[in-house]
Design a protein around this ligand. Sequence first.
Ligand code: NDP
Length: 447
Amino acid sequence: MSIDEQVSSYYNMLLKRNAGEPEFHQAVAEVLASLKIVLEKDPHYADYGLIQRLCEPERQLIFRVPWIDDNGVVQVNRGFRVQFNSALGPYKGGLRFHPSVNLGIIKFLGFEQIFKNSLTGLPIGGGKGGSDFDPKGKSELEVMRFCQSFMTELHNHIGEYKDVPAGDIGVGGREVGFLFGQYRRLAGQHESGVLTGKGLAWGGSLVRTEATGYGCVYLTQEMMRAHGADMSGAKVIVSGSGNVAIYAAQKAQELGATVIGVSDSSGWVHTPNGVDVELLRDIKENRRERINCYAEEADGATFHADGTIWSLEADVALPCATQNELNGDHARTLADNGVRFVAEGANMPSTPEAIEVFREKGIHFAPGKAANAGGVATSALEMQQNASRDSWSFEYTDQRLHKIMSKIFRTMSRTAEEYGREGDYVTGANIAGFKKTADAMLAQGVI
Ligand code: NDP
């Protein structure tokens, strides 16, 4: 069988065994496309069912999460934790609370996490979890009761050396606090290494809140410099206005860029004079309001419920909201409007067609598994601090993050070159992330 036929047969089998999970299919298809050139050069990576094992989670948990709302009515949500691969270390990956969550979404995120975590160079495996619970519009006490019920089931399956969850969409500091409190109560001990993204007074790390957004901009800056450009003076579009978007916008502006647009699921705001990050944070993190409030309160900003943020003229685009938010038409518009660099703060925000357009139009593109790895990398630094009962300064932790992001850029860049695909960061990131995990899996036998 040729390598092409071999890879197609793995993929067809995966489609059959994981029907109705399009996001998972999409994530696997992209990685398998990159792996063809690895298998041509080093066929031993197909030995011992390695590729099939890599695409099959080690364990998938699905559980009932009953809780009582403020009216005394019982609500039932579904909880997930997919422990995908622990060859490099304990499962590590966030929890997402959003009504769109289903098993396929958690599997796509868990699969991506394997390669992302491997790229950080730190000893962490890949996992992901969450629930179809929607924190929007819920009272503080409802969110707390939900988190307590969710953790009552999950606590049996996680631990410092086993599986270490963190935040993601809908799970920020508040939710991590409620989850940690319930874990501590059930475990009967203060095991700080069991979750990351904790509050600073009880085992959290400085920079973890900022890490994904900052890391995305550090990597983008490296990519821009490699192609003779710089963040300073650039016009940048940032989609979303959550944790990743806010700190990506802050760091980009600190480096001299102007962030000309931000968004949420209700629309987008044009901010030609830049974003007032403190105001945005207050509206989104404290007041938990919609993005139109930002336009009402900030000078020169306009809200648009229609159209797309990707229609703005810019140099750089940082999609930081959610999967498949940027399609082929958006990518063509970005190219026509002068965008030369795209880096994914979110997980898989660009559709396969959009990525194809970036290639055709010569747009330099950094995939999420590299560009947003700063969050999980800093989570691993939080784990290091917990293990040594230490807490590092903001400057030191930020320096470590910066170094990790620079190294990820060099690794994916060098790997792409090694395989004859200079500048193709998708291929470089997939292959580099794969090889480290695959070598560990081969060394550890068929398990
Ligand atoms: P938040 O919940 O803090 O923010 C998410 C933002 O995206 C909000 O502005 C939200 O708008 C918007 N959004 C969510 N779903 C949709 C949708 N269907 N359509 C349009 N906008 C949407 O999440 P994060 O910032 O933590 O996560 C954003 C992305 O980054 C996700 O893909 C996540 O997996 C990824 N990521 C996050 C990391 C982290 O450390 N937090 C680490 C690595 C990746 P609204 O409020 O209207 O829903």
